[in-house]
Design a protein. Sequence first.
Length: 199
Amino acid sequence: MTAVAPRRPAAERARRWRVIAMISGAGMAIVALPGCALLSPMPTVELIKASAGAATLAMGQGPTHASQTVFQEAPRPARICIEYNRSVALPEFVPALMAELRAYDLPSRVYEAGARPTEADCPAWLRYQGLQQWDRPPLSDEMRPYLAQATLSLHDANGHLMAASRYDSQDATLSIGRWASTRLKLAPVVRALLTGDEG
């Protein structure tokens, strides 16, 4: 009579298959990475580089929010005129602002400060201020500019304040988001300006 090996309980077999699946999945993920640590003579350096890349991405996409919002519950204008501010040095500021307004189906045009088209052409004016600062991004030796502060105010054709809001990179926890795009920083400020929601 031959001895029959006792069968393992179902829970033990399931646990064993989960462990095998996790090890296989981790192995496939590592092999799929460019500069794979298994093939690198310096796996620690590869791991540090991968971690640094993920950290930089997280900082760049960090949370931004609006603050100090004033909202008058005025009807949303059909279009907005932007008063161009030559003292704001970031060339992407106005295009980012116009793109965010377009996301709310609001067409906009830019005019020089002091230009006064008719009320029919400009039922509302948007004025802005921005502060550019320089610093080194994480894991970089090169100084780069970034938008540190921005203030937007929306006025009716007679100059009365309809709404105002601002962004400040110092408001974010540990300044995460400092290296986010200008548009990502302006998005919550435009939303606050149009809806009163600082998000």
